[in-house]
Write a protein that binds this ligand. Structure first.
Ligand SMILES: [Cu+2]
Length: 457
């Protein structure tokens, strides 16, 4: 009798060969398979990969300045790592295979141990074969509480994901390396979940004030979100408070990996249903329902105060050098050629290797860093999108500020959406030493060429 690799891991390795140090304890984060009702009731359950047996993984919630200590135990049939997205983290804990750590093989473990310097809404997710592992459900919220939080009645974490499911079996369609997806907009699903559920319900009362922590865990979907029956402000983006909260008047975008914290008041009448809406070209649909019953004990509040600022660097634009990063390739703008390591290949050769995109002429993470920065120095990065698709560019280990078209400083972010044909400029204060990834967070784009890195010493 022959065992498949998976059967072997599930029987022998998981039960007997698993080293003692990799066994579960209360502070373990166990990457494991599970079954979950992702599709609406009546459809079959979905086999997922999860942290701890459910998608999303358990919310890690702790005070600003506290320490996260989790032993990742890999019970999956594939090597993995965990990236703590948006945390200005110790480089050795950043979870990037081949750059900050080795992969964690099946049956093995890794101790993550770091401090969270900033309050806000963050998340953790797999960073090895992310295009598959995140699509299978390997993500969870990481919430860092302010010493004095805002006055709200409910604090709701809402993690958005889209899934590509076979409706007959409930199984995830396993075409993670589909070249058509990768060379176009990325892997888009046929079912959207919030907190791993289809169309979840959160009861509310009229005049209640809610904090909504929106996290986009989708592989590639950019949401155009709108509110119905609740009204309020965006108070933070990618975890970082806005100096002036932004009133939500219309829709707002949420690209892959981005977060938005909203403070909203329930304005809908009792016995109606408020909600969060995903706007689409053909009208859109509800993502989350807030059935409203009765009135809150409190009367409607007015206005909102900014969240307390995080301890970020002062940004001085004067004298900061400009570095251009050109986003190249993809369908309709096919690469003529690009480099893999120190080899120049034609677009056709690259496509045969599943590489469709390039950053500054490199169709994978280059040998040398895109930017070699002295610790504490400021750098402008100009993302020039020559492709026919939008990209969500993410820097590890740092937040940066957008530079607005009038030259003034915009919000702090860790992931910036660069629309097709657009140029967006950011300024980075490179104050966290180490080797840091810089990549597109459309995970199929990252897997097929949009990967770079920078060094801070
Ligand atoms: Cu992209």
């Amino acid at each position: 009798m022959t065992f498949t690799r998976r059967q072997f891991l599930q029987s022998a390795a998981a039960l007997a060969v698993l080293p003692h140090s990799a066994r579960a304890s209360s502070s373990d984060l166990i990457a494991q398979t599970a079954m979950q009702q992702i599709a609406p009731n009546g459809f079959p359950q979905t086999p997922v990969w999860s942290y701890g047996g459910g998608v999303p993984g358990a919310e890690i919630r702790l005070p600003q300045g506290a320490r996260v200590q989790r032993r990742l135990v890999n019970e999956l049939p594939q090597p993995t790592t965990v990236h703590w997205h948006g945390i200005r983290i110790d480089n050795a804990m950043d979870g990037v295979p081949g750059l900050t750590q080795d992969v964690i093989a099946p049956g093995e473990g890794f101790d993550y141990d770091f401090v969270v310097p900033d309050a806000g809404t963050y998340w953790y997710h797999a960073h090895n074969r992310s295009v598959e592992q995140v699509a299978r459900g390997l993500y969870g919220p990481l919430i860092v509480e302010e010493a004095t939080g805002p006055d709200v009645d409910q604090d709701l974490t809402l993690m958005l994901d889209d899934w590509r499911l076979d409706p007959d079996t409930g199984h995830i369609v396993e075409d993670f390396d589909n070249g058509h997806d990768q060379s176009h907009a990325g892997r888009l699903g046929n079912l959207i979940s919030v907190n791993g559920q289809f169309d979840p319900v959160f009861p509310a009362r009229r005049h209640e004030r809610l904090r909504l922590r929106l996290i986009n865990a989708s592989n590639a979907r950019i949401y155009d979100l709108a509110l119905d029956g609740v009204a309020g402000w965006i108070v933070a983006l990618d975890g970082m408070p806005l100096e002036s909260p932004l009133e939500v008047e219309d829709g707002f975008p949420l690209a892959p990996a981005q977060r938005a914290d909203l403070i909203v008041d329930v304005t809908a009448e009792s016995d109606t249903v408020a909600g969060l809406i995903s706007r689409e070209r053909d009208g859109g649909f509800g993502l989350v329902r807030f059935p409203v019953s009765g009135n809150s004990a409190t009367t409607a509040r007015s206005g909102v105060v900014p969240l307390p600022a995080n301890p970020l660097a002062q940004v001085v634009l004067d004298g900061a050098p400009v570095h251009r990063m050109t986003l190249q390739g993809g369908a309709m703008r096919w690469l003529e050629s690009a480099q893999l390591g120190d080899t120049q290949l034609s677009g056709r050769e690259l496509a045969q290797l599943g590489r469709f995109w390039a950053l500054n002429g490199y169709a994978e993470r280059p040998l040398d860093p895109f930017l070699d920065a002295q610790r504490g120095s400021a750098h402008r990065i100009e993302f020039v999108n020559e492709t026919a698709f939008p990209h969500a560019m993410h820097l590890h280990g740092h937040h940066f500020r957008l530079i607005l078209p009038d030259g003034s400083l915009g919000p702090w972010r860790d992931t910036v959406l660069v629309e097709r044909g657009q140029t967006r400029e950011i300024v980075l204060v490179a104050d966290n030493p180490g080797d840091w990834l810089l990549h597109c967070h459309m995970l199929g784009h990252a897997a097929s060429g949009m990967m770079s890195w920078f060094r801070v010493t």
